[in-house]
Ligand binder design. Sequence first.
Ligand code: HEC
Length: 262
Amino acid sequence: MNLIKPLLLTLTLATLAQATPTGEELTKTKCASCHMLEVPTPAMIPTLKAPPLHSVLFHLKLEIDDPKAQKEFIVDYALYPKASKSICESNQVQKFGVMPSQKGVVSKEELGRIADYAIKNFPSKAFVKMITTMQTNGKMKSLKNSPFLMNQDELPHLTKKLMEHWDKAKLGLSEEQKTKLLVVRKETLSGVKEIKKALKELEAEVIEMSVEGEELKAIEPKVETIGKLKVKATMIQLKCLKDSIEILNDEQIEYILPLWDA
Ligand code: HEC
């Protein structure tokens, strides 16, 4: 008689455990087929089907402070995904396509457990370190190759910011605005691209002439051309900023403004 009780209890607990998988187990079975749970190596990035879970939570926590609101976002997005709701950069959504709804695959209650687990455990310190190093390296590289005279953070790279928020409901770009902004972007990019190419060649020539001990007088015109080209690139950059601001309304500018210090 006394043996039956513990046996029953064990059985009940075992069934219960089976009936209610943990957040970790659910994340593995329901999400990890697309969202890898490990920290990706750079070589893995081109082969990914979806952003790694570390990356999803990294962006989510940047955008939303309140853990309760973070949880609500995950539960809602997994059931009703939409580009305009997305918190990750629009270029990521364009790259992967919008996530397919997991409705019918996972319940709202299970998603709550997945969200609790994900919020508690992601992103890892190692991932945050990796991504911040990558961001710093990217910034250094673009500063090194910058054709502009002004590189202060206060001068926003508006087209880039706009592209990142292109489809966000919060920014609310109309089709007409998108068309106009794309024209501005295209003009800016092609103008700057040409100058960058010319600058690279000129700089290489100046270096070569200096190393070969040429007269400074012979080098000076090339340096002057470099200066003029940088003025031109900077003016294109400022015109792009001005044109973009004219296309946006006050609310949109206000929404995109706080992102400038990022
Ligand atoms: C079939 C592949 C697939 C599965 C399975 C999947 N996702 Fe996704 N998920 C994606 C893709 C692709 C994206 C990036 C595009 C996007 O944001 O819509 C994404 C993005 C997300 C985002 C970020 C949304 C944003 O853009 O800000 C969240 C949150 C998310 N998934 C949660 C989940 C959860 C939770 C699960 C498990 C229940 C899950 N996903 C399962 C493919 C998947």
